[in-house]
Design a protein around this ligand. Sequence first.
Ligand code: PLP
Length: 489
Amino acid sequence: MDSNQFREVGKQMVDYIADYYDNIRQRPVMHNVSPGYLPPLLPDSAPEDPERWEDIFKDIEKVIMPGVTHWRSPRFHGYYAAGGSFPSMLGDMLCNAIGCIGFSWATSPACTELEMVTTDWLGKMLGLPEHFLHSHSGLGGGVIQSTASETVFLCVLAARNRMVARMKETDQDMNDHSVISRFVCYSSDQANSSVHRSGLLAEVRMRKLQSDDNFSLRGETLRKAIKEDKAKGLIPFFVCATLGTTGSCAFDCIKEIGPLCEKEGIWLHIDAAYAGSAFVCPEYRQHLEGVEYAETFSTNPHKWMLCNFDLSVMWIKNREYIVDAFKVDPIYLKHQNEGRVPDYRHWQIPLSRRFRALKLWFVLRCYGVKGIQQYIRTHVSLAEELEALLVKDGRFEMPVPATMALVCFRLKGTNKLSEMLHDHIMARGDIYIIPAYARAQGKDVYFMRVAMVSEHMTSADIEVTFRAIQRSADRVQERYADLPQTEKN
Ligand code: PLP
């Protein structure tokens, strides 16, 4: 493909994408295929000869779209928002065009320096402490990672390393392996699965602590766990607190957890993958009280800040714990300005990295702080509208009040009834929602969660979602009228 053809078909693709967005409400949100649907639609091996673009283009609708779940649809309410916007797509387009691999400053200074500027902009927008900014005189700064999962894994490794180094200060001959086998980390039982997985990958114990009735991890619970574990000879070294849990958007109490971590020399990481974006609105910043105790903080603009995947930002108070701890510096990666600016390869697990700051820069400039605040506030008020409709119906209950842009609800009665409601909704396929379980007041409570995902959702879309839930509830109640209405103890 030469640049002339690229101009032509590129415009066709932009039109296709714009139409996709304009007409997305007409597509069923759920794919309509079974496992193995795709291979029969394609040849067994790659074509020997070049194919015509027109033929390839036609296959998008024929082969790909039937197997797509439309995450951009206002009928999609699963998981959390998969961020995206036209300015972000343009940023990715330019990133792909430039195609630099910014593992060091020298490989493309703009790639590193725009990342420093935009992570500082974002840190300021969210009201994070100054020690997380590159522009501050300390050792802190922000970096774009692929995912929040990768960040938490990196932080566990850094914290493990820091604890080993500290212990070595008093015992030079210490056997690292036998000491690490006594290491223990903590998170709440509501933390994202990636936190538990980081413990597995780093080969350290990860204890899930019971959250309170609001699904929040409290200082007292952590204090008791640390005491118990120390009495057993274990060594607490890492806590992952969540601001906006995956299940119900609960907030761990970092103002209680932070001082404890400081006292015990424990690394506090804050995972604000979803809800972190809301701190752009000052009215949500009460949840940040205690953030100054965190060594690291991460949030995903690729969730709720209009950036396309992948764009997860991690801020660190003291970069040396990551940058120096895992340094491998062969001659072919060195450059003359080393030490004067970050070489971001030292701040992450992979070597190579894309110019992702472009899309963050485009988004922050195209929307401005006010535009992003408005986007967040609109989603929050749409969640409140849905919650009000569900309450008014009378058949539903909320295990927790709508929080940020997430509504959690269930049919009054047994878990089984709500499970059947979810099955019915998903079988109909006109909206997409996912279930969650939480332990509340000694019981496992099954509920469904409705996240506001699409950038362009309106009250009319909320009405459609609500009617779909109502219709399914009617059918489930008719069909299963004989089922017990209360849980057996
Ligand atoms: N942390 C929380 C609270 C989440 O809700 C999620 C995903 O929804 C993650 C971490 C994982 O994020 P990522 O896919 O960026 O690893």
